[in-house]
Ligand binder design. Structure first.
Ligand SMILES: O=C(CO)COP(=O)(O)O
Length: 251
């Protein structure tokens, strides 16, 4: 059985003052059927990890380099993330694919490094509005999945997040039929590559304008195992109802 996962991606938001949000979430959510993860900026990982010690809340990173160490100014390795106290890393977010020209081959190399360091990877995929309008959504998603996911992917070390680029930060959540179609397709592609047993254990998250008001509807869609949440994860008062909706879906 797949455990539900509510993951918050803080992107380039948050300073020490915002650790109180993490502390509040750590105090208020401890349902064993529903994991909660916050991925703050790298500067906060170590302090956030200290904040959640003794609770079920988990801390992750938003990116890592593909090399174990070396002359890569400004980058951080998977082992450094682990050392700072994080257990997960988001990879291939569309903002990194766009801002840093990350290809699926780059994401694959990073994911391989992350798995080697013992991190759980959250590999992000998603079509642009132009892709969708030319009817290429499943082609794009299929290529990103095949190109970004290492052969070593298993339920315990890999999560896939479907985030339509046009739904991120836009307030335009994808229609349930669109989410169901892509998640069903992802499950089928994973089964084709890894076998049905492995595919049945890999969690599929939806991301893109998830909010308290739409969370329950999204979590009722087949093959949606949770969410990757941006803006609404920055405050406990908006992330907590999203987590509660997932806890209810798990019950
Ligand atoms: O990109 C996202 C999470 O990774 C989604 O962001 P929003 O929830 O702000 O749309």
């Amino acid at each position: 059985m797949r455990r539900k996962l509510a993951a918050g991606n803080w992107k380039m938001h948050g300073t020490g003052a915002d650790l109180a949000e993490i502390a509040t979430l750590a105090r208020t959510h401890a349902d064993p059927a529903c994991e909660v993860l916050i991925c703050p900026p790298a500067t906060l990982i170590e302090r956030a990890a200290r904040e959640v010690r003794g609770s079920a809340l988990m801390i992750g990173a938003q990116d890592c380099h593909s090399a174990p160490q070396g002359a890569h100014t400004g980058d951080i390795s998977a082992a450094m993330i682990r050392d700072a106290g994080a257990g997960h890393v988001i990879l291939g977010h569309s903002e990194r694919r766009q801002d840093h020209a990350e290809t699926s081959a780059v994401v694959h190399a990073k994911a391989t490094a992350a798995l080697h360091a013992g991190l759980i990877t959250i590999i992000c995929l998603g079509e642009t509005l132009a892709d969708r309008e030319r009817g290429a959504t499943l082609d794009v998603i299929g290529q990103q999945l095949a190109g970004s996911t290492p052969d070593a992917a298993r339920g315990e070390n890999t999560v896939i997040a479907y985030e339509p680029v046009w739904a991120i930060g836009s307030g335009h959540v994808a229609h349930p039929d669109q989410i169901a179609e892509v998640h069903g397709f992802l499950r089928e592609r994973l089964a084709h590559r890894f076998g049905t047993g492995v595919a049945a254990m890999i969690r599929l998250l939806y991301g893109g304008s998830v909010k308290p008001a739409n969370a329950a509807g999204i979590f009722a869609i087949p093959d949606v195992d949770g969410a990757l949440v941006g803006g609404a994860s920055l405050r406990a008062e908006s992330f907590s109802p999203v987590i509660s909706a997932l806890e209810q879906a798990a019950a």
